[in-house]
Design a protein around this ligand. Sequence first.
Ligand code: G4P
Length: 538
Amino acid sequence: MSSPEISAAHHEADRRRTFAIISHPDAGKTTLTEKFLLYSGVLTAGAGSVKGKGGQAAAASDWMEIEQQRGISISSTVLRFEYRDHLVNLLDTPGHKDFSEDTFRVLAATDAAVMVLDGAKGIEPQTRRLFEVCRERDMPIVTFINKWDRPGRDAFELLDEIEEQLILDPVPITWPVGEAGDFRGVVDRQTGEFVRYTRTARGSTMAPEEVVDPERAAIDEGDAWTDAHEGVELLDSIGRNFDRKRFEAGDLTPIFFGSALTNFGVAKLLDAVVDLVPSPTARLDANDEPRPIDSPFSALVFKIQANTDKNHRDRIAFMRVCSGRFERGMVVTHGPTGKPFATKYAHSVQGQDRETVEEAWPGDVVGLVNANGFGVGDAVYQDKEVSWPAMPVFAPSFFQVVRPLDTGKFKQFRSGIAHLDEEGVVQVLRIPDVGDQAPLFAAVGELQFEVARHRLENEFGAPVEMRPTTWSVARITDVESARELRPLFGVEVAERADGTQVALFESAVRARQVENDNPELTLIRMMADANAEPAWLR
Ligand code: G4P
C-alpha cells in the first residue's frame, strides 16, 4: 500500500467499532438493537421495528420463512450505523441455542460483544453458553443490565452472579438509583453525577438525559439516593474499578444499568461501545503471525447465506475485512482454492435491504454474491497470501439419517446436501458402507434439522425423510484408530467431506469406556461438547 493508503487504513479502522449482542431470548436484544438504531438516527420514531411482534411492522432481520413461522431469528445480518463520527457495525447473532455454532462464527468476525441480562433473571442458560463462546476467544464484553424499570433482583446480587458464574470481574460504570421497579436513574461513577430516569412512551423517542448534581439528587431522591451513594462507596472501597487492559483481555466487564424499552441508559451504552470497544487491530493468521491492518486487503469469511432474496436464487458469503482497503470490482484470491474472484456484486445486507458496497475497511462486513465454493473460515486476500486459524467445529449431539423421498430426485438431493454442508447449516457425515444414499446429518441443536429439511425441499426440490439415530456423542479420530473402532459394539465411524474421521457413540458413558479401554486410540473432543466441561472451567 502507498503511504496515503496506509494512513487511510489506520484512520478508517480507528473510527470503526464492530461488535455483536449476546443474550438469552427475551432479555431484550431486539429492543436494544432497535434503540441503537433510533439513537443513531437510522430508525426514526415509529418508522418500524427490527422484529415484527404482535402485528407490528414487518421484520427487517427475520426474513426466512422458517424464522417467521417460529418467530425466531436464525439468520445473522449486519446493521451499520454512524454514531459520534464513528462507524458502528452491529452483527446480529441467532438467538436460539440450536444455532450457537453460527454465533461462534459471527463472533469470530467481531471485536467485542455486548451481553444483555434481564435484571430480574440475571445469567440464564443461553447467556452462559454464549459467554463461553466469547471466553474461548478472550473477547471483551460490555454488560447491559436491562429492564430496570420493572421489579427485579438486587444489583449487588447480580454482580456476584456474574463474578461467580462467569469468572468475570464486574465493574459498574453506572449504578442504579432506586431498586429494580422503582428506577430513578443512574449515578455515573466517573463524574458522580445523577442522570435522572425519564419514562418515554414505550421508548418511541430518545429519553432526555437530565443530569442532576449530587446535592440536588440527595434532596429529590431521598433514601434511594443515599442507598445508591453507599453502593458506589462500597464499589470504590472494594476496588471495582475499570481497567482497559483487563477488559480487552476479556477478564473484566464494564456494567451499565438501564431499560431498553424506555430508552434509558441506551445513550451511555452506545457511548461505551464507541469509547471502550477496541477498534480493529492486526489479526493473527494460522501461523500466529499478525496481519497488520495496513497490509494488503484481506478478509475472513464468517457466514454463508443462501436465498436471501426469493426472486434471485443466490448465495452470499459474508466476510469481515481484516486488513487493507476493499473496493468493489477488485479481483481477490480465494485462499483455499487459490482462485481469483471478481467482486462485482458486493453488498451490505440489512434484513432484506441490500446496498451496493463500493469501499470497505478493516472492521466492515461485505457480502459477496455468488461466491460459490467459499466456506466459513476461508481467507480472501490480495497480493500477500494469508490463511486464518481453522474455525473450531462444535460437537454435535444430534444425528439423523437423511434419505430422499423421491429417488428420481437423487441429483437434487446430492447437490442440496453438498451445499448445506459447505454452508455449515448442518454437519454432513458419510458412513462408508452406506455412502451418499443416506448420509448422516449431525447437529448441535435439533432446529438445524428443520432448517436443512426446509431448504432441501424448497430450494433444491428434494423432499426428504429424516430418522433419528441412537448416536449422541462424536469425537474426531484418524484412519488408523477408525479401523480399531469400527468393530466395537456401540461405535460407528463416519467421514466428513474433507476426509475427517468422526467416531460416533451411543452415549457419553460408552465414549468414555472406549477411551479408557483403548488409550492408544485417537479420540479428540470437539468444541462446546455438551458432555464436557467448558475448557475455561477445567
Ligand atoms: P430478545 O430479542 O432478546 O428476545 O428480546 P426482545 O427485545 O424481543 O424483548 C423481549 C420482551 O422484553 C419484549 O416484550 C420487550 O418489549 C420486553 N423488554 C425489552 N426491554 C425491556 C425493558 O427495558 N423493560 C421492560 N419492561 N421490558 C422490556 P414482549 O411482551 O415479548 O413483546 P412486546 O409485545 O412488548 O413487543
